[in-house]
Design a protein around this ligand. Structure first.
Ligand SMILES: [Zn+2]
Ligand SMILES: [Zn+2]
Length: 158
């Protein structure tokens, strides 16, 4: 059996045992409470008061076991889902923020000829659509930024 399956099984046992303990503990605690309060009315000694002392620790143990059973799922969820989402959000936000910063400063961005979005000055390919940001000038043979004219020799680019 693989380690992951063993974890899955332990987790399930924790959850089932925890939930059973909560249910049983709650039953004991409620019995104890009802007995305690009904005894007040009658003036008798609460005979089932001990149920509270069993029920409450059972509830606590059940709650912590259930929490343990669910915790790995929660950490797994955090590891597998939340962080990539945050990273993706960060990757989306960072270029936008730098583009805004550049626009505010009045700097010219390396705009993509296909989608028109800004890229890093040194970028060879558009990070938004993958278009080639460099073209080979037919006049001087150098790789230059795509645009109307070659930035090396001034020849008209196709
Ligand atoms: Zn593009
Ligand atoms: Zn050229």
């Amino acid at each position: 059996m693989s380690d992951k399956n063993k974890h899955e099984r332990t987790k399930r046992i924790f959850k089932i045992t925890g939930i059973c303990l909560i249910v049983a503990g709650a039953a004991f605690a409620i019995t104890g409470f009802i007995d305690f309060f009904t005894s007040f009315g009658t003036g008798d000694m609460p005979s089932l008061f001990w149920c509270l002392f069993i029920g409450l620790p059972m509830l606590a143990a059940g709650a912590s076991l259930t929490a343990l059973g669910f915790r790995r799922e929660i950490t797994g969820y955090v590891k597998n889902e939340t962080i990539p989402v945050i990273n993706e959000a960060g990757q989306e936000i960072t270029p936008a923020v730098s583009a805004i910063a550049k626009a505010v400063k009045g700097e010219e961005s390396n705009l993509c000829p296909i989608c028109g979005k800004p890229n890093d000055e040194e970028a060879k390919f558009c990070r938004h659509c993958g278009a080639d940001l460099l073209v080979i000038c037919k006049n001087c043979g150098k790789k230059v930024k795509s645009g109307a004219f070659c930035s090396e020799c001034g020849a008209k680019l196709e």
